[in-house]
Design a protein around this ligand. Structure first.
Ligand code: HEC
Length: 163
């Protein structure tokens, strides 16, 4: 009886193990991928210069600012023939989009100057997904940036004027 029990236990273990492994593994991998993805997003946002315009105080701080301000948009206007634009608060912007919607937008690529939307063209889907996941990871913060002003409309705050 004892021998039978241990054979049964062994058989059960053999049957259960692969099933358990099949359930566990993707979860572990998914966690790993999303952690790598968030870190990759952080890296891309730094090297692609997104903070320069989207994180207030970043360039004055020589490439650093409190994390609470990262990618929260800026009230400094960029004025030129296109009107006046303000770097979007990306921590609010991404909340309104699913990952797939973000991919579509980034691939369509259109934003007024000086947003270098064309950098998205050279990014892989993995890069774009990483940026999205990183920004969601940072969480909601800040206020919406001031609204876009068409040409001829006067801005109330500070502006950098382009010819
Ligand atoms: C030179 C300044 C500048 C840099 C660098 C910059 N942005 Fe922007 N970004 C802007 C401005 C200004 C706007 C608002 C444009 C508008 O109103 O059409 C904007 C808008 C956006 C938007 C919203 C576009 C839309 O659909 O309305 C996204 C998303 C964005 N930027 C992401 C990024 C990311 C990611 C990076 C880094 C790869 C980056 N930006 C780098 C200035 C910049």
């Amino acid at each position: 009886m004892k021998a039978f029990r241990s054979v049964l236990a062994l058989l059960l273990a053999m049957v259960m193990l692969p099933a358990e492994a099949a359930v566990e593994k993707p979860m572990v991998e998914k966690r790993l991928v999303s952690r790598q993805s968030v870190e990759h997003g952080d890296y891309l946002v730094r090297i692609a210069g997104c903070h320069d315009c989207h994180s207030p105080g970043w360039s004055q701080g020589k490439g650093s600012a409190p994390q609470a301000r990262w990618l929260t948009g800026d009230a400094m206007g960029w004025q030129g023939p296109w009107g006046t634009t303000y770097a979007t608060n990306l921590r609010l912007y991404m909340q309104g989009l699913s990952e797939e919607q973000w991919l579509l937008r980034a691939r369509k690529g259109s934003a007024r100057p000086p947003m270098p939307w064309y950098v998205f063209r050279d990014m892989s889907d993995y890069d774009l997904r990483s940026i999205y996941r990183y920004i969601l990871f940072l969480g909601v913060a800040g206020q919406p940036a001031p609204a876009y002003l068409p040409p001829g409309r006067k801005a109330t705050g500070p502006v950098a004027v382009f010819p």
